[in-house]
Ligand binder design. Structure first.
Ligand SMILES: *Cc1c(COP(=O)(O)O)cnc(C)c1O
Length: 215
């Protein structure tokens, strides 16, 4: 298992399959130790994803101080009482999904004078266990984040239902993204990133295909 070989193979496949020029690979390092991740950092990759604030803080806080080009993406569900820490640590939040959270992030980033970039997560299959706003609420929520709070919203994000039909969901989110005039789109994981790219993904979030399977 060589992380760099895996990573280069993915980059090459993406290049061969995309007409669009810039697709950001977010290396999802959740559950892996810094020792395990380090080869990819040393290789020069900058964008990493984590899904828990506490774990991310332990792993990345010091590293980010000594490596100022690193960019950290919060891809997991975020509670508003962790917004302060999240703002300190992360550069991108892919899981913006409630007014309460948006209010708190807005307040904290003003305090910090830091301007994060956001993806609004949508709950494509109305699954109870998953975060994300319902499609019917997207317009109001997006207007609120963009116009009232002035958050830098880049685009939409989703984790499609696991029912072997990603095309249907990718198509839907891709249409919505266009409808809202967003330039960026956060979809695609280890099993479906090439498909996601066909539907206009700009940010793919890839964990196990780079770092190996998680326990
Ligand atoms: C874990 C996770 C990923 C990466 O999953 P892999 O299948 O390992 O590539 C992507 N997005 C989110 C939101 C995740 O929680």
């Amino acid at each position: 298992m060589n992380i760099i070989t895996n990573f280069e193979k993915i980059k090459q496949e993406i290049k061969n399959n995309s007409s669009q020029n810039e697709i950001e690979v977010i290396a999802v390092s959740k559950t892996f130790s810094i020792d395990h991740i380090m080869p990819l950092i040393e290789y020069g990759h900058k964008h990493f994803g984590e899904n828990k604030v506490q774990e991310a803080e332990k792993k990345w806080k010091e590293l980010k101080k000594s490596n100022i080009d690193l960019r950290l993406h919060m891809i997991g569900r975020l509670q508003s009482n962790k917004a302060k820490k999240a703002v300190e640590l992360f550069d991108f939040i892919h899981s913006l999904d409630s007014e309460k959270l948006a209010n708190e992030l807005s307040k904290r980033q003003k305090e910090k004078e830091k301007n994060l970039s956001y993806f609004i997560q949508i709950n494509l299959g109305s699954e109870e266990q998953k975060g994300g706003v319902e499609i019917s609420e997207l317009k109001n929520f997006s207007d609120y984040c963009v116009n009232e709070l002035n958050l830098s919203v880049l685009g939409l994000m989703a984790i499609p239902p696991n029912d072997n039909n990603p095309d249907k969901y990718f198509k839907r989110i891709s249409e919505l993204n266009k409808q809202f005039n967003f330039r960026y789109l956060s979809i695609g994981m280890s099993n479906d990133y090439l498909k996601a790219i066909k539907y206009g993904a700009s940010h793919v979030r890839i964990g196990s295909a780079i770092f190996g399977s998680r326990n």
